[in-house]
Design a protein around this ligand. Structure first.
Ligand code: NAI
Length: 360
């Protein structure tokens, strides 16, 4: 039997925990904010060590989605769901249907999406028990978000180059990319045609070698990659990569990457500023994927060109953040947070039209 209970967390609109023993489901959904629209955020399946660590993760991730959405003016709020378990073992139709019922119980205040441990095909199965699912793999869907995320990172790099060198041109600049997955490999391709010098790193050495050949790049194969001399370092793998151990090693002038939660904590932003490294906040840089997924809900239907225009705007948002950071002598993270909070308070970018979901 499916049991759903609410957990009171100050500062969060709604947090629920659900159990379904028969379906082997134990999950949490957090809605941090609905101030600008329904909370859209991925469904993560991960072998968390304890319910506490799963709850902490969903709280942290849903709050980050609020800030990302507010800055991108995507007309969505911040939410996330996490399911405890190994995604390679736990996923059955019954399990995904049961999770869909949990999503359905929130009546559209939370919209599920693909994330670590879930696929577009899983979303189709979840959709059989709830309409509140985004980016379904149908003919009219928005498709792979990573091409928009990669383009947004590229636009962020142009803004950083403009600040560093007075020109957005990346030709001849040395760029270090960590993580050559969906986003990192597409970013490498964009930069290849721009004639940037690439240094690539991935935990999967075969992948790093292959991408290096394709992009006429160098590859590095151990932790020394962090101290490679470069203009821009682009973390496109894991969170927490910017911390007191790694920051002293860095020899880049700016950091612009797709990975979520790159800073281990807020202090890392201050360490970077002290070192004179320009940090482009991850939740500003990597909002291209969100903007693409949300575009499916536009009343006129998904329009890739419209999304491109919005993703291009990441350049202007970052430029504004860099300028304010200089003027007010505050870290770029603090400035980005302040703009997001201003947008939230003043309902800037709030969704006006109700979303028409595809019926389950
Ligand atoms: P992915 O899973 O396709 O690629 C990640 C890559 O990083 C893989 O090639 C993997 O081998 C490598 N990797 C994993 N651990 C590593 C380590 N310790 N050192 C070096 N390389 C390592 O993921 P994707 O979609 O490319 O996303 C990359 C990052 O960007 C993730 O943090 C993701 O949360 C974030 N992001 C992705 C978006 C998207 O549209 N795909 C949107 C917003 C954020």
């Amino acid at each position: 039997m499916l049991e759903i209970k609410e957990i009171q967390i100050p500062g969060y609109k709604k947090v629920i925990e659900a159990h379904d023993e028969e379906a082997h489901l134990h999950c949490f959904i957090a809605i941090h904010s609905n101030d600008l629209g329904p909370a859209l955020g991925g469904t993560r399946i991960y072998p968390y060590k304890s319910p506490e660590s799963a709850l902490n993760d969903v709280l942290r991730l849903s709050k980050a989605m609020t800030y990302k959405a507010a800055l991108a003016k995507s007309g969505t709020g911040g939410g996330k769901s996490v399911i405890m378990g190994d995604p390679s073992k736990i996923k059955t139709k019954n399990f995904l249907h049961s999770f869909g019922k949990v999503v359905d119980s929130l009546n559209g205040d939370y919209i599920a999406a693909e994330d670590v441990g879930t696929t577009a095909e899983d979303m189709l199965i979840i959709h059989e028990t709830t309409p509140y699912v985004s980016a379904l793999p149908t003919e009219t869907s928005s498709g792979d978000p990573s091409r928009f995320t990669a383009w947004g990172v590229y636009r962020g790099m142009q803004a950083a180059a403009q600040k560093l060198y007075g020109s957005p041109v990346l030709k001849g600049k040395t760029i270090l990319i960590q993580g050559l997955g969906n986003v990192g490999a597409k970013l490498a391709s964009i930069l290849f045609w721009e004639e940037a010098n690439l240094i690539l790193e991935d935990i999967d050495l075969a992948k790093a070698k292959k991408e290096a050949v394709i992009h006429g790049a160098k590859y590095l194969q151990n932790s020394h990659f962090l101290s490679a001399e470069c203009d821009i370092f682009s973390p496109c793998a894991l969170g927490g990569i910017l911390n007191p151990e790694t920051i002293p090693l860095l020899k880049c002038k700016a950091i612009v990457g797709a990975a979520n939660n790159q800073l281990l904590d807020d202090n890392a932003a201050l360490l970077l500023a002290k070192k004179g490294i320009i940090y482009a906040p991850d939740f500003v840089v990597n909002s291209g994927g969100l903007l693409n997924a949300v575009a499916e809900f536009d009343s006129g239907g998904y329009d890739a060109k419209k999304v491109r225009g919005k993703v291009n705007h990441i350049y202007d948002t970052l430029t504004e953040i860099f300028e304010k950071s200089d003027k007010l002598q505050k870290s770029t993270l603090e400035i980005a947070n302040t703009i997001a909070e201003y947008n939230l308070e003043n309902k800037i970018g709030k969704r006006e039209e109700a979303i028409k979901f595809i019926p389950k």
